[in-house]
Design a protein around this ligand. Structure first.
Ligand code: ADP
Ligand code: ADP
Length: 226
């Protein structure tokens, strides 16, 4: 099965604004895929529907064959989500944030602890494990969101503007981390409004504008048109 299949997806918000006008997309397993578009295009809305945070209006979305509504439990297990906004408990310790997330997926403490250590070491947060999340720098909070999203070993990782507002050094280390993760088999889908980010990382890209997919091609194909 593909990692992701979206068909004729629409979203009209309660105020009547149509943020998605019927988008269709397919992302193969192992891909590194960018959803590229200007602010307000509908990228976060799309990711919100995939991750179960936003209710779709019509159409369908599946993660690894699991419908995000009808089979939400499995769709969420297959998916790790890194939202744009920090949304942890400010007073919870770094290690506990990651372990708590593991609990939502039915992992025992014994399963979660070694995995949490591995992730926190890989993301250079292990030394901070006993600190409350409010004491972390912005860059550390970003990395913590990635660790939390990966604790249950998702097949597909979705990141919403992962490097927005991040300094160049952290951007490069996050790029390297994502490349390694993808090379090890995780499908990665990110939104960005930086063409350069898609160029550095991704194989395939869909461009969204005003709630419609205006182009869906390889990154190489896109660059050859410029
Ligand atoms: P849903 O249809 O998914 O339930 P709602 O239309 O109820 O979403 O809106 C969810 C929240 O987003 C509301 O609290 C609303 O105030 C807020 N919101 C409204 N307009 C915008 C906007 N243009 N951009 C971002 N958030 C908005
Ligand atoms: P992007 O992630 O590409 O910047 P979004 O998906 O956040 O775009 O938003 C798409 C459009 O939907 C924008 O015009 C935004 O203002 C609007 N929007 C987002 N959330 C809401 C909401 N809860 N209620 C009404 N409009 C919204």
């Amino acid at each position: 099965v593909p990692a992701l299949v979206v068909q004729n997806l629409t979203k009209t918000y309660d105020n009547g604004f149509q943020a998605l006008k019927g988008i269709s997309l397919s992302v193969e397993q192992g891909d590194f895929f960018a959803l590229l578009g200007p602010n307000g295009a509908g990228k976060s809305t799309t990711l919100g529907i995939l991750s179960g945070l936003v209710q779709k209006t019509s159409g369908s979305a599946e993660v690894m064959g699991a419908d995000v509504n009808a089979d939400a439990f499995n769709a969420r297990r297959y998916l790790g989500v890194v939202p744009q906004e920090f949304n942890f408990n400010q007073f919870e310790k770094v290690i506990d944030i990651v372990i708590t997330q593991a609990g939502y997926f039915g992992m025992t403490q014994a399963e979660a602890a070694p995995r949490a250590e591995e992730l926190l070491r890989a993301l250079d947060l292990w030394e901070k494990r006993d600190q409350q999340s409010r004491l972390l720098s912005g860059g550390m909070k970003r990395r913590l969101m990635i660790a939390r999203a990966l604790i249950h070993g998702p097949k597909v990782l979705i990141l919403d503007e992962p490097t927005a507002g991040v300094d160049i050094e952290l951007r490069r280390s996050m790029w390297a981390f994502m490349k390694d993760l993808n090379a090890a088999g995780t499908t990665i889908i990110l939104t960005t409004h930086y063409l350069e980010e898609a160029e550095q990382l991704c194989r395939n890209v869909a461009i969204i504008n005003h709630g419609e997919i205006v182009q869906n091609t390889s990154v190489r194909g896109l660059l050859s048109q410029l």
